[in-house]
Write a protein that binds this ligand. Sequence first.
Ligand SMILES: *[C@@H]1O[C@H](CO)[C@@H](O)[C@H](O)[C@H]1NC(C)=O
Ligand SMILES: *[C@@H]1O[C@H](CO)[C@@H](O)[C@H](O)[C@H]1NC(C)=O
Ligand SMILES: *[C@@H]1O[C@H](CO)[C@@H](O)[C@H](O)[C@H]1NC(C)=O
Ligand SMILES: *[C@@H]1O[C@H](CO)[C@@H](O)[C@H](O)[C@H]1NC(C)=O
Length: 335
Amino acid sequence: MVKISHMIGLFMADMFLIVGAYDVLLGAYYGLLGDNLSSPASVVQLCRKYNISRVRLEVSNIDVIEAFRGTEIDLSLGVPNDMLPNMATNKTLVEEWFNTYVEPYVNDYIINYIVVGDKAIPGLDDNILPVMKSLQDLLNAHYFGEAKLTTLVGFNALAVTNPPSSGAFNPAIVENMRGILEFLRGEGSPLMVSVYTYDQYVYGGNRSLGYATLSEQNSLVRDGMLSYNNLFDEMVDAFYAAIDKENVGDVAIVIGETGWPTCGNYNATTPLLAAEYNRNFKSHISSGKGTPRKENIYIEGFIRSIFNENQKPEGESRCYGMFNVDSTPIYSPVF
Ligand SMILES: *[C@@H]1O[C@H](CO)[C@@H](O)[C@H](O)[C@H]1NC(C)=O
Ligand SMILES: *[C@@H]1O[C@H](CO)[C@@H](O)[C@H](O)[C@H]1NC(C)=O
Ligand SMILES: *[C@@H]1O[C@H](CO)[C@@H](O)[C@H](O)[C@H]1NC(C)=O
Ligand SMILES: *[C@@H]1O[C@H](CO)[C@@H](O)[C@H](O)[C@H]1NC(C)=O
């Protein structure tokens, strides 16, 4: 099964202004931190039923990967954070991981991304690039050009976020980030980021609900020549500003996780609000408008999550699921 990836076109879109009919580049994050989740096989059925054509696994899991074999659902895989320090210094471990989770499956589905570290920066900053390089060598050696390496960074990788144009990486990690960005630029890979307007709305100050859920029509924030009518664009542009400051050339951003919880924090976390945010997110990223700072691009993203996960830390982080564990939707599906 060979499918020409539209990925390259996407990431180059802002440079070459490729215009065309893209698939909606929307996927779902499939987390496994629950003791009551239904089987991977029923998740495959759920994805088919609700038109989820791309799935991102936080960490690679053989049972899940096997279940997606031959389904024409694209997967993104994660290298777990706790393996990174050893893998960074021992290429044999990288090879073992690759031979277990990647190599046997390349003809069975498209691998969109291999995510080296999930919010592992700050913390494991030194380990990311060596593992990416080792994996890239393996991908090249096997001519697996379609899978892109990246790492997922959270908003806490930024020391400055407001106004968006002042966005800058935390000085403690900037050296490593620059190396990673240079690598991504060289490979034509995007940086994967985590964007939760919910967190900024609830814990970050005085943004209005409509601004956080992308329902606000009016521009509420002005930043130089740019104006913003939603918090998502502000957060993404803060990342873009931070990338631009490193002068490594264009590196695109893909939204590795976003969403809105349906429980855990009273009236701020309801199925209605989650549906509203996720629906708006989908139409925003697939509008081709990009963000005020990076106009006219299709943004690619993954909505957290397929299920609520009862082994996540207590509170709303358990409540990002779009589906009950019996696969019935918690709110009408957004895909
Ligand atoms: C299914 O998803 C694809 C790609 O994400 C989209 O183009 C299509 O419109 C969707 N179909 C339905 C019935 O929602
Ligand atoms: C690297 O990992 C392999 C596989 O687990 C192990 O056999 C080998 O001893 C490790 N090498 C070093 C230098 O730790
Ligand atoms: C936050 O509140 C301050 C003081 O009322 C106001 O100046 C500022 O514009 C507000 N910021 C946003 C994003 O609403
Ligand atoms: C939740 O209720 C409080 C108190 O009535 C109200 O001030 C707040 O705006 C509500 N929040 C949401 C997200 O509806």
